[in-house]
Design a protein around this ligand. Structure first.
Ligand code: SF4
Length: 241
């Protein structure tokens, strides 16, 4: 298993992450593995990352090089995030995918239950382990399986808080779509603008949100109350200070 980062060396990964990655490497949970027989790891910061980019799944180049986002679409993403090196770098950023294995002929599975199994097994565990403050979902599959939303064109470009991950999120187009629609200049402009918005504004968005600075205990207590209120089990929770 090979782990590397945004074209730089991989910083020392904590044991908990290495254990997770080793377990993921051995995953044979579904038939998707059988097509190319390789599980592709995430790449980047595994010690308290601020940002997690989430795409669809590995393609041919990713399988050949054993790295995520390394083909044409991946290079388009890397080009964009390199414009903001001070924000997105090996100390702050991890790139991951909804699927761990390359689907046959790059056709993203229509079976959402199958994809959800992979997401729950690996991506959600990875988010839980790393606790990124900002999750950038790239394209419709990531939007659906991470945020349970559809329609990237309408959902892109705005900030959204995701309580299940205690993270702020930005949705934008998948770089593969950006390349395919290069004749429509505004798609590329919107993609670039969304990444720039994250780079410029994340600090204000996260810093202004008191939920993001709560201790883990405070947050879990608040979450439990929020869920109880939503279910109508209690009316309010008062202060949790
Ligand atoms: S696609 Fe996901 S669940 Fe299926 S074998 Fe690969 S890593 Fe495991």
């Amino acid at each position: 298993m090979e782990l590397s980062v945004l074209n730089c060396n991989f910083p020392a990964a904590p044991k908990a992450y290495l254990d997770y990655a080793a377990e993921k490497d051995g995953c044979r949970q579904c038939d998707i593995f059988s097509h190319y027989r390789k599980v592709i790891q995430s790449e980047g910061c595994t010690t308290d990352p601020t940002f997690m980019f989430i795409g669809e799944g590995p393609g041919q180049d990713e399988v050949e090089q054993n790295r995520p986002f390394i083909g044409r679409a991946g290079q388009r993403l890397r080009k964009e995030i390199r414009k903001h090196r001070k924000v997105f770098n090996k100390e702050t950023t991890i790139i991951s995918n909804v699927l761990g294995c390359r689907p046959l002929d790059n056709k993203f599975p229509k079976d959402t239950a199958l994809v959800d199994t992979c997401v729950e097994l690996w991506l959600f565990r990875e988010i839980e382990l790393l606790k990124p403050k900002v999750i950038i979902v790239l394209g419709n599959p990531a939007l659906l399986h991470v945020r349970e939303e559809t329609g990237i064109t309408n959902c892109r470009g705005g900030w959204k808080f995701l309580p299940e991950f205690r993270a702020w999120s930005m949705a934008t187009f998948h770089p593969c779509y950006v390349l395919r629609q290069s004749h429509m200049g505004y798609i590329e402009q919107q993609f670039e603008k969304d990444i720039e918005t994250v780079a410029n504004d994340w600090h204000v968005v996260v810093g202004a949100d008191r939920r993001m600075s709560m201790s883990e205990d405070q947050w879990l207590t608040k979450r439990a109350f929020d869920i109880a209120i939503k279910k109508g089990m209690i009316k309010d929770y008062g202060s949790i200070d």
